[in-house]
Design a protein around this ligand. Sequence first.
Ligand SMILES: [Fe+2]
Length: 465
Amino acid sequence: MGRGSDLCLILVMILNSLMMFCNGGITSEFVRKLDKTIDMPLNSDVFRVPPGYNAPQQVHLTQGDVEGKAVIVSWVTQESKGSNTVLYWKENSTKKLKAHGKSNTYKFYNYTSGHIHHCTIRNLEYHTKYYYVVGLGQTERKFWFYTPPQIGPDVAYTFGLIGDLGQSFDSNITLTHYERNPIKGQTVLFLGDLSYADTYPNHDNTRWDTWGRFVERSTAYQPWIWTTGNHELDFAPKIGETKPFKPFTHRYRTPYRASGSTEPFWYSIKRGPAHIIVLASYSAYGKYTPQYTWLEEEFPKVNRTETPWLIVLMHSPWYNSYDYHYMEGETMRVMYEPWFVKNKVDVVFAGHVHAYERSERVSNIAYNVVNGVCSPVKDQSAPVYITVGDGGNLEGLATKMTEPQPEYSAFREASFGHAIFSIRNRTHAYYGWHRNQDGYSVKGDTMWFYNRIWHPTVDSTSSGS
Ligand SMILES: [Fe+2]
């Protein structure tokens, strides 16, 4: 071998090592036990029906307006319709108030639901603890919630992130870890795929009921902001069920009209320092569709002086380096990514892939059919994309990853868990992902987010695990 070929070899080796350095971030080597993920049996304690005649069950809260001064209280009564009224009062106040709701039932194949009640309480005061009672005149049950602080750029607020939860033993561990996390989540941003009832024969809707009872220990005390996933479709033409989202829309409400949306699946809310846009991966989103038109008009309404943090939720991720659901989010990415970069979205949370992944700040918007430029590039105007589809449902973990780890992927790990996004002020937010196998305060992945408007410097270097 001559001197020239030696040099060539050295050059190739250097290039190779650079490639390895450039290619991607961290693929965690955490070793987890891979037991089969199975649903909790129907007689599990977490599914217990509350005692008493016609006792309200499956109690859950969500935000009821854009500004955070309204709450939608929902619950189910099984034996009879019962009262639609919610009694509520401020902590330390003797003045009790009433709000009146409505109830409905639905049929799905051979299943008939209980009476599903929804009641919106309006004109609440910010930053206040309220007690509320449902089941008036029969079996009454009392709960409480806190309203968010007044919308403003420097109020602190902490969101929990849970996706693809289901109702397995692992789901129960995820919810417990969220509840016991020392950084207390005040509202859950739920990333779609709630009950997985559709994995049962004829979409056995009693599994929607069990899920509602399972999560009540959190949903009755703090709002969960709902994103729709593919498991909410419940589209089953073989058994005559052709109306998508039928169980979901009857059971879960969103304040979509308040933000000018025409369907419950895409909408926006403001909460404390955050403007949150919820998108629908399984509703039409192409040009001229209602969702496209709504989103186009929504971005100019975002006021980063009032709400510095712009967060987007969706079910199917755009940047995902697992084999599972690979590129399913691609068509929506092609439609909307230029808007996300132009409007400097801080972070996008998605579910769907049953694992965890955090991206670099990247964009892939240069491609225009003829130029062939179609690789993601580092872009400080782009969001960080985070997949938290690891709630623990019965379908199990997505463990197979595309190799080598792509450059856009900063950290990935196939474990169940949840995340916390803790906004401290207009410039900084602390983010942590918690795997279920660890103690409650242990973080599997962390990052300090710098706001894209108020502190738009490189923040991915501050990440670590
Ligand atoms: Fe999904």
